[in-house]
Design a protein around this ligand. Structure first.
Ligand SMILES: Nc1ncnc2c1ncn2[C@@H]1O[C@H](COP(=O)(O)OP(=O)(O)OP(=O)(O)O)[C@@H](O)[C@H]1O
Length: 303
């Protein structure tokens, strides 16, 4: 069952084509990740779906029904975690959840709030004031807030931006648990690891358009390139000329796409001998979504 379908969605801000005619579908019980760099149009898209911004044109369907406006009926079925959530600094974690629960028609009892606090592992902080929480804890609280009305669909806008690796993994675990419990999750991210780890379906977005989509495997297989050899060299320009497909990653780091790693390494060492170059820090790694983005746009996902 398709819980969301979007057709030719558009939103312009003056000359800026923030969302430029995108179409996609979200299957029930799956995690869909919209992956793209800053400014790609992810927040605009997710906030239109949440009813926080108005579309210019295009069609939105929830549970197969076309919706002109994201009304109360839909709002009762969705949970929203915003990129930045403002909480009252002097309320406790428990009181904050109580406050948000009061905004919904559904009855939210004490037990439900307790189990939400458990779900996001904030038991020890239940009585702590908002101003005493770390960034990771705040992010987990905003996840709990998104779940307060027991939504069918959960929207997460860059749920781990600014978190350290441990806090990030913690959020990932919660998202995986939510998926297991049957929720549908739509998230935006500019971390390819996040999309690779969580998503059943990835929408790659750039300059307001979806430039590729599929499962992580489908997207990576579309490259037809198994691995990448990356290394440092003192004279990158010489190798750029001689080795086909070589890309300069930053000022002195090069990357060669390799269908056959052994062959590429032989070539590389032969060339380094004849051209008398230094080579160091060689890393061989499997293809990932960053490579897909690089191939499609000629740019890196990361800034
Ligand atoms: N309210 C607004 N008024 C004018 N321009 C806007 C507005 N909101 C977004 N934009 C512009 O639309 C484009 C898409 O922005 P959007 O926030 O949707 O991207 P994003 O992919 O979510 O990026 P980020 O990860 O930085 O939030 C950007 O060029 C942005 O500057």
């Amino acid at each position: 069952m398709k819980v969301i379908a979007v057709k030719e969605l558009k939103k312009y801000y003056g000359q800026v084509k923030a969302v430029d005619g995108i179409s996609f579908e979200v299957e029930e019980g799956t995690v869909v990740a919209m992956l793209g760099p800053n400014g790609a149009g992810k927040t605009t898209t997710i906030e239109i779906l949440e009813g926080l911004r108005k579309k210019d044109s295009g069609e939105i369907y929830y549970f197969g029904k076309k919706v002109e406006e994201i009304d109360e009926t839909i709002k009762q079925m969705i949970g929203v975690q915003l990129q930045k959530t403002a909480f009252f600094e002097y309320l406790t974690v428990y009181e904050t959840l109580e406050l948000f629960a009061a905004l919904y028609n559904k009855k939210v009892d004490k037990q439900r709030i307790k189990s939400l606090i458990e779900l996001v592992a904030l038991e020890e902080k239940a009585k702590a004031k908002i101003k005493e929480l770390s960034g990771g804890q705040l992010q987990r609280l905003s996840l709990a807030v998104a779940l307060v009305n027991d939504p069918k669909i959960v929207f997460l806008d860059e749920p781990t931006t600014g978190l350290d690796p441990q806090a990030r993994r913690h959020v990932w675990q919660i998202v995986e648990d939510l998926r297991k419990s049957g929720k549908t999750i739509f998230l935006t991210t500019h971390y390819m690891e996040e999309a690779e780890k969580l998503a059943d379906h990835v929408l790659i977005m750039d300059h307001g358009k979806i430039i590729a989509e599929g499962t992580v495997d489908q997207l990576i297989n579309s490259l037809d390139m198994e691995s990448y050899v990356e290394f440092w060299t003192d004279q990158p320009e010489k190798l750029l000329e001689k080795l086909e497909g070589t890309v300069l990653l930053n000022h002195d780091k090069l990357q060669i796409p390799a269908k056959n790693v052994e062959e590429v390494l032989h070539k590389l060492f032969d060339l380094s001998k004849t051209l008398q170059l230094k080579i160091d820090n060689i890393v061989i790694r499997r293809s990932n979504l960053e490579d897909v983005f690089l191939k499609l746009t000629g740019r890196l996902l990361r800034d």
